[in-house]
Design a protein around this ligand. Sequence first.
Ligand SMILES: Cc1cc2nc3c(=O)[nH]c(=O)nc-3n(C[C@H](O)[C@H](O)[C@H](O)COP(=O)(O)O)c2cc1C
Length: 144
Amino acid sequence: MQNDEGQSGQSIHNIVYCSQAVQHMGKEALEKIIATARHHNPIYGITGLLVFGSGIFFQWLEGPKDNVTSLFEIISKDPRHSNVVLLTKEDEFRERLFPNWDMELVAAEDISDVLEDAMHGASDPKHRKALSNMLQHLLGSSKN
Ligand SMILES: Cc1cc2nc3c(=O)[nH]c(=O)nc-3n(C[C@H](O)[C@H](O)[C@H](O)COP(=O)(O)O)c2cc1C
């Protein structure tokens, strides 16, 4: 893995995905993920944001391309979540959006607006379908 810091003026790669938690995620389970992230991410120059709400994760990862790609591969195989949908993947010449966040956890009271936006923005029909399934799941579970 590369170990550069993705300083200003360098290309920052970012990946945004969403996924569905396999089991109920309590505070401790979430803290465990964040602790792992805070341990690993600075070593690889990765910063970002993890949003969790109603059983759905959204994560923004930014840093050197090889490192972000490798981490995403590891995370995708994590048995704590499934239905991992890659929403965006891009290289940009800009500063980091979250330079001081090794991985920040943000709680979403209601993540359905975010899912709907992502669904409308998704160009791949497979992704739209997966997002729509998650949304249905979310709306269904909130009615019960
Ligand atoms: C939703 C989610 C987000 C995760 N985010 C990160 C992350 O940002 N950085 C990280 O190192 N591991 C993250 N993980 C954990 C990895 O999937 C994996 O368990 C971990 O990197 C393995 O670390 P270990 O070999 O030290 O146990 C995440 C897991 C989940 C389910």
